[in-house]
Design a protein around this ligand. Sequence first.
Ligand code: ADP
Length: 231
Amino acid sequence: MIRVEGLSKTYQMGAVAVHALNGVTLEIRQGEFVGLLGPSGSGKSTLLHLIGLLDEPSGGSISIQGTDVLALSDDERTLFRLTRIGYIFQDYALVPDLTALENVVLPTLALGLSEREGTIRATDLLRRVGLEERTDHLPAELSGGEQQRIAIARALVNSPALLLADEPCANLDSRASTMVLDLFASINRELGQTVLMVSHEEAHRRYFGRVVRLHDGRVAEESEEMPDTAG
Ligand code: ADP
């Protein structure tokens, strides 16, 4: 599903070069739920951005569903992102003056679907994330957890094979975090989406099928997680 090889990213800050990624090689299979863990500054967000085609690496290769994504033209890349990748941000990134429903419909319009078809899909997904009663609310009228569930519905609306989530619970209390993590787990299980999630919370490990740990821009340890039966 995802094959990353020798990926590097260097940010040039004036005279100083910051090596955010130093040759990351990684493979994620279709249907996996992978947690990307590691200390602050270890390169987690940089790696997610590169896989999400939001930025370009300094070296290495990225293949998603057999496509060499770094070889795509700008237009092909935009279409690839719209149809294959759902991205969930730490701060939800909803459009403030659109309702919950309109926010979820938006990516379908970008793809050229009719408003009717977009509304059917969005309504269905808002039900899936438990917010069918909130369709006409603006983001500011919703809690953080509700906004993030809307962002998840938006990420799913074009049925992408891959969901990328960058610390989706960073701004949520523990109850809302649990709800969001349970939602990702059920999406992964029931809809079959591959999920790659950045987290710095060790407590989230029990949700992941596998953990990839970064340290100083390198993969430090990869382990198969045992299901947590204690709770
Ligand atoms: P993490 O997500 O694990 O906290 P990041 O990927 O955000 O780590 O950052 C990795 C390193 O790259 C850090 O040293 C960070 O300061 C640096 N970095 C990240 N983004 C930029 C940027 N846009 N410009 C310069 N340096 C950056």
